[in-house]
Design a protein around this ligand. Sequence first.
Ligand SMILES: [Zn+2]
Length: 290
Amino acid sequence: MNLDRITDLAFQESPEAQYLLGINKLLNESEQYEGIYWLSKAAKSGHKVANYTLGYFYYQGKYENNYSKAIYYLKRASNSNYPQADYLLGIANYFGHGCPVDLIRSKELLETALQSCTLEQSEIIISTLLIQNIITESVDKKLENIIIENIHTGGNSTALRKEYNVNRIQRNQKLVSKIKKLYDNTCQICGVKIDLGNSQFYSEVHHIRPLGSPHNGPDVLENMIVVCPGHHAMFDLGAISINLTSKSVLHINVDNPINGKKISILHRIEKRYIDYHNDFIFGKRNLEAK
Ligand SMILES: [Zn+2]
């Protein structure tokens, strides 16, 4: 369909045509005003992507930095189930962009967005990070500039990758939820189940051969173990490993009380991932990687 035909249809009140025309104009800097006009018309008719696009556009501040307008359109997109809108609203609620800071709402929105499995990798890192910060009550304002930069560049921020340990990216949220459920959020190493109140519990999932460079481990159940944050850190930093045959913990300091302790294994863990951990991580603390 050519642009003339789309323009005709837009004047005939077709939301899809208004959206397409709006996007087309938005791409040309001198026509942004018109682009916003047509997108707003489509958005008003309930066009989900038009609502999200306007929300994202105002959040980015490329045309006009206006957080309250961003929130208005993102809420409309979120109400029609658009996970990327939940993601941006989650960030807005975390930092108080265009709305009061609301960490409970922020966590809900970020979790909803994560469950959709449609987020980009950088969005998954940000969501996981903010949820972890909310849970550990260490809300970090310093993140704001990095995350804003990431929104402005559409997710190409290298600062984010440098700043955070990509080993903790939980790419496959469905598998993560599944294994946490299997162990009922109980650390396989120490048996602790962190109680958050309101019948909510918290656990983390460690990838035995870590995800991302340089380890490039796979995102599969056979490479996962459910842990508490403390034992997660001990795996990451190479302080502990496990013996699959005797189903017990190995601590790098053999005198540590946890060394030799029996652990819970209810799913199949592949030995080659433990071997990798033992060869490259266990006892080989590399602080640079943190
Ligand atoms: Zn533990």
